[in-house]
Design a protein around this ligand. Structure first.
Ligand SMILES: [Zn+2]
Ligand SMILES: [Zn+2]
Length: 189
């Protein structure tokens, strides 16, 4: 009974891609914590070119934590805005020091690097709060491979590989914007 009810619920929740009408596993928004009517459903095939454009256009530097299953959203937060809202957490300060470690060229293809890629092993729907409180250096980076510098193309390829291979979906995805310094993290609100 529970199983049937669960299936019925998820069928009702099934959204269609706003570009191609395929089943949509992602909501895409321009900014984190966008109101629900401004979140556009996208399938993985339509999400990819969108992320390629966004990450290419971004003029700042960002720490990008690999997508993991569990947390409901995968969004960019600017360190400046974050500090205004949550001045007592460590994440923004930590990210500002981590972006100083981004090499001038991509670890994989030698194009200009703008992103610091951090693996997400150990991150889940509960402990992302600890990451925000204490920063990435004191949490995730203690148990993961050293971060690598990536260009936009390679960073999006890494994100897509994780989404695809682990069949991860997100209610909201938003990309790095303008010339801010910030972080992309699987999290919840
Ligand atoms: Zn689509
Ligand atoms: Zn590259």
């Amino acid at each position: 009974m529970n199983g049937r009810l669960g299936n019925w619920r998820s069928a009702r929740r099934q959204k269609r891609c706003s570009k191609c009408a395929a089943p949509a596993a992602y909501g895409y928004s321009d900014h984190a914590e966008e109101s629900i009517e401004k979140i556009r459903p996208l399938c993985l095939s339509c999400l990819k070119p969108q992320l390629d454009r966004d990450y290419e256009d971004f003029n700042g530097r960002a720490v990008v934590v690999a997508p993991v299953a569990g947390p409901p959203v995968y969004v960019f937060q600017s360190t400046k805005v974050w500090d205004e809202h949550f001045p007592n957490t460590m994440i923004a300060q930590d990210v500002r020091s981590l972006v100083e470690r981004i090499h001038s060229t991509c670890h994989e293809c030698r194009k200009v690097a703008k992103f610091l890629w951090v693996e997400g092993a150990g991150l889940d729907e509960k402990n992302f709060i600890e990451l925000l409180d204490r920063g990435i250096s004191q949490t995730l980076l203690k148990n993961n491979a050293p971060p690598v510098s990536l260009c936009a193309t390679c960073c999006v390829a890494h994100i897509l590989r994780e989404l695809e291979s682990k069949r991860i979906s997100y209610l909201e995805v938003c990309s790095p914007k303008a010339g801010d310094t910030g972080f992309v993290l699987p999290m919840g609100y």
